[in-house]
Design a protein around this ligand. Structure first.
Ligand SMILES: [Zn+2]
Ligand SMILES: [Zn+2]
Length: 304
């Protein structure tokens, strides 16, 4: 068996931390782009994509003070089996998408094709929160990725984790990249923390230039996290997958339905795990969870 994995841990360059789903006062966010810059810089981020609803907010005149600002947009279209919209995010597009927001009549495929055609990264946002089944998600082809975790949906509704949607898609033959994002809006409520700086991607790229970051994201050279670090992933000559990570309660190798394996910490935290795989698996993805319940997610490793 041959495994196929675009391995960020074997790529040159440096690590850059970023969030690719954020709202500003350009739509329904409470913070201006300048305020977002201060908040994300303060939390050690390297880049941020402002993805306002139905408009590409112009970030050209905003002083990032070292934070790379990437333009983007979120659009809500189509109709799921539950009667809800698909929310689609385009990261790295320069112009507002030519569709009406909240239009049941617009095929989400047209939006994905438009984002891809503009050179953007197309991501299906928060499928669990949206009420999509993975069959709804299967109706859209050529998606670059899917949000496996969304801070805002988690904090507000406890529907931030879309792992089963991701695995349903992959088990059915799609190859999405896996994103953890904030979807920051900033509604400051006494009952919930601010939905910022809670989830991110760690991208391996040669530089913090926008083309390098977008190419690395599009190529899958990243992992996602809400806390833990993945410090290394390697596939040896026998096809055994080795992972190293910050101290963890569990390390899971999630795979084709009914296969895969979960490792639990014994007397001391896990900082590594190795998994040889099992017959019949089509893919394996790694999920590391720490003692606070925070997780990190690799992109999938495919068997070929
Ligand atoms: Zn949304
Ligand atoms: Zn959003």
């Amino acid at each position: 068996m041959r495994r196929f994995y675009v391995n960020p841990f074997e790529a040159g360059g440096r690590w850059f931390k970023g969030n690719v789903h954020t709202h500003s006062s350009g739509s329904d966010g409470t913070r201006t782009p300048e305020q977002l810059v201060s908040m994300y810089l303060g939390a050690g981020y390297d880049f941020l994509s402002i993805t306002d609803h139905s408009v590409v907010t112009d970030v050209g005149g905003v002083d990032g003070r070292g934070l790379l600002l990437i333009p983007g947009e979120e659009l809500c279209v189509g109709r799921s089996h539950a009667g809800t919209h698909y929310h689609l995010v385009g990261v790295g597009i320069q112009e507002t998408l030519p569709f009406r927001d909240f239009d049941y009549g617009t095929d989400p495929q047209r939006v994905v094709d438009e984002i891809n055609g503009l050179g953007g990264v197309s991501v299906l946002a928060h499928p669990y929160w949206s009420g999509l089944s993975h069959n709804d998600a299967m109706a859209v082809d050529a998606l670059c990725g899917v949000e496996i975790y969304n801070t805002s949906c988690d904090y507000e509704r406890n529907t931030g984790l879309s792992a089963s949607h991701v695995d349903g898609l992959i088990a059915a033959g799609r190859r999405p990249l896996i994103f953890a994002v904030d979807d920051h809006h900033g509604a400051d409520r006494p009952t919930m923390p601010v939905d910022a700086c809670g989830a991110w991607i760690m991208v391996r790229a040669p530089s913090l230039d926008e083309p390098d970051i977008l190419a690395a994201i599009r190529g899958g050279l990243f992992y996602s996290s809400t806390g833990p670090q993945i410090r290394g992933i390697a596939v040896d000559g026998e096809g055994v997958i080795h992972v190293e990570c910050s101290p963890a309660r569990t390390v899971s190798f999630i795979s084709t339905p009914s296969l895969g394996m979960k490792f639990h910490a014994g007397g001391r935290p896990l900082t590594s795990a190795s998994y040889p795989g099992r017959p019949g698996e089509k893919y394996v993805r790694i999920e590391v969870t720490d003692f606070e319940g925070r997780s990190a997610w690799s992109n999938p490793i495919y068997n070929e």
